[in-house]
Design a protein around this ligand. Structure first.
Ligand SMILES: [Mg+2]
Length: 612
């Protein structure tokens, strides 16, 4: 289950979410949770930030004439006692104002209520709120804002395209039905993703709220006669018995908005020359029967002139042709085999919803995703978009190798290390702090949207090849010569016993956090790793103030090499323990070795396990 999916009932993270929300509200008013509340007005303000609407009576209960200050803990206690207003209460209240029960309140009805009851608002304040809420500009506000749906033709949109379209049309959000990189179809997985108005995955506060609301749904209506024609581009209007006045469904070209965005990011003339001019680069693109097929056909083949046979498996199929649409060496084995033949210079594959990518060079030369984002960072000005925007910062998920860190250090650009999940990158992008980011799990992207973007990554690589006039392998080799190489590998131990796995992690953490662990040496071959730091990774989001704890155990060695353990999915089906090894090598004689043999990963792993 991915992080943007709503939690299941009885989630033990409820308390964590509560404190995260407390902190987010607190730091929205004060600079830190260490600052005290020093007046009744400040208490009111911070309670309002937490979604409460305290009356004078409620405020007087907590701020008596003798109160001089309250701290963050006091604030959390107050929030525990003062429950937030439930959505059902809001709807009930709405219905008391909505006198003729048509699902709308008029300006004058709302004006009367807000200026005459409870904490009274001034007419200016009400007018300002109203100008924002009345999106239809017809003098009414509706509690169910959704009156228009935008759907890709034939129901096809890639995840990056959805992110692009949400931002372009300023939608309040988007729903993506996809199994992402998992096998789909009648006997496979099915997932629902919700993206918010910035185009990115919904943060936990939103998915938690959706889950809370789902518990209070009393009724729902379906329209069995409402038949939408998904094949024809254009607007269709439906009369839903006056409730949504008229309800519009707009079918759009699946590719056009997204392609237009890419045209503004990359130099299409240079890419066309690369793919169809003299000395053309021969590419092999495998869409793995996911949604990205039509995008590949239209952009790489039709527009940039790559021959039609350079793109395969481009027809989206509901069951992905029985394959597993995960772009890695295991599941994209057909592409790897074809690339080994040496006929093609560049290869790429995508996952089912088009956000992940894998890049290969001639003869199947594999580009590790951690290296991929580092190479793009080092050559970032090969992409015209960044020449205009400049580079604000780089980011990687915690388990991703430190290859990007080496580029950030050399170019003096800030590097952010975040927990796994694109929403953390999205927050940094919204705050103008981040331009380029990547994850070891085959995700690469930039601030052009708020999702990882497979085809963007491929065009970024092609731009670098066009600028450097080198093969994929030579680009990597030069990169390693300059920055050193991070040999990276990951092992997943799936469906292990949950209790044993939790105990293993606990024991490991106790050992790691023991002072005696720092300075310990582990030798593999002629290389010795000295422990410099060990912790359980915690991330404090500088933008929304949320804190994510227990993100993984990190053992960091003096040369920047790292070993990371993460535990996930401690459900009834068993847990998964992930082990990541990131070994830094700057000796030019050793950087070309095969990752699986060069470092004796298994050897280091067994030494660590033995140490336990
Ligand atoms: Mg995906």
């Amino acid at each position: 289950m991915t992080s943007y999916t709503a939690p299941v009932a009885g989630s033990h993270s409820e308390e964590g979410t509560f404190y995260r929300n407390c902190r987010a509200a607190y730091v929205a008013v004060f600079r830190s949770s260490l600052v005290n509340i020093s007046s009744k007005e400040e208490l009111c303000l911070v309670l309002q930030q937490a979604g409460r609407n305290p009356s004078r009576k409620v405020l007087g209960k907590y701020w008596t004439p003798r109160t001089t200050k309250l701290n963050f803990d006091d604030f959390c206690e107050i929030l525990k006692k003062e429950k937030p207003t439930e959505e059902s209460d809001l709807i009930k209240a709405f219905r008391t104002i909505d006198l003729n029960s048509d699902g709308y309140v008029t300006h004058s009805e709302l004006f009367k209520v807000l200026t005459s009851r409870g904490e009274k608002m001034s007419p200016e304040e009400v007018n300002r709120i109203f100008s924002v809420a009345d999106t239809s500009q017809n003098g009414t506000g509706d509690h169910s804002k959704i009156g228009r749906l935008v759907i890709g033709q034939n129901g096809i949109l890639s995840t990056p395209a959805v992110s692009c379209i949400i931002r372009k049309i300023k939608a309040i959000g988007g729903i993506i039905l996809t199994a992402s990189h998992n096998p789909g179809g009648p006997n496979g997985d099915f997932g629902i993703k919700f993206n918010i108005s910035n185009g990115g995955p919904a943060p936990e506060a939103v998915t938690d709220k959706i889950f809370q609301i789902s518990k209070t749904i009393e009724e729902y209506a379906i329209c069995p006669d409402l038949k939408v024609d998904l094949t024809t581009i254009g607007k269709q209007q439906f009369d839903l018995e006056n409730k949504f006045k008229p309800f519009t469904v707009e079918i759009i070209d699946s590719v056009e908005s997204y392609a237009n965005m890419l045209r503004n990011i990359f130099d299409f003339a240079a890419l066309k020359e690369l793919l169809s001019g003299q000395n053309q680069l021969k590419i092999r693109i495998d869409a793995m029967h996911g949604v990205v097929g039509p995008y590949v056909k239209k952009i790489l083949c039709e527009e940039l002139g790559s021959p039609a046979n350079s793109a395969v498996n481009c027809v989206p199929l509901e069951d992905f042709g029985g394959h597993h649409p995960d772009p890695n060496l295991t599941y994209a084995a057909d592409l790897v085999e074809t690339m080994k033949g040496g006929e093609y210079d560049f290869g790429a594959a995508f996952d089912g919803d088009g956000d992940r990518n894998m890049v290969l060079g001639k003869h199947g030369f594999f580009v590790n995703p951690s290296d991929s984002v580092a190479v793009i960072a080092a050559n970032i000005f090969s992409i015209p978009y960044f020449q205009h925007t400049g580079v604000r910062g780089f980011a990687r998920s915690m388990p991703t190798s430190g290859a990007l860190d080496n580029v950030a250090k050399a170019t003096k650009i800030t590097l952010y290390e975040t927990p796994t999940g694109w929403k953390f990158f999205g927050n940094l992008m919204d705050a103008n702090k981040l331009s380029l980011c990547g994850e070891e799990s085959f995700g690469t992207g930039s601030d052009h949207i708020r999702e990882k973007d497979g085809l963007w990554a491929v065009l970024a690589w092609l731009s670098i090849i066009a600028a450097r006039k080198q093969s994929v392998e030579d680009i990597l080799k030069e990169h390693w010569q300059k920055y050193g190489r991070n040999f990276f590998t990951r092992y997943d131990y799936e469906e292990v016993d949950s209790d044993s796995a939790s105990k293993m992690m606990k024991d490991l953490e106790a050992m790691m956090l023991d002072r005696a662990f720092i300075g310990q040496k582990f030798s593999v071959g002629d290389k010795t790793y000295t422990v410099e730091r060990a912790d359980n990774f915690e991330y404090s989001d500088s933008v929304d103030g949320s804190i994510s704890r227990n993100q993984g155990l990190r053992i960091i060695f003096s040369d920047g090499s790292r070993v990371i353990f993460r535990l996930s999915g401690t459900g009834s089906a068993g847990a998964t323990v992930r082990l990541y090894i990131d070994s830094y090598e700057k000796d030019p004689q050793k950087i070309y070795q095969d990752p699986q043999v060069s470092l004796g990963y298994n050897c280091l792993e067994s030494k660590l396990i033995h140490c336990l």
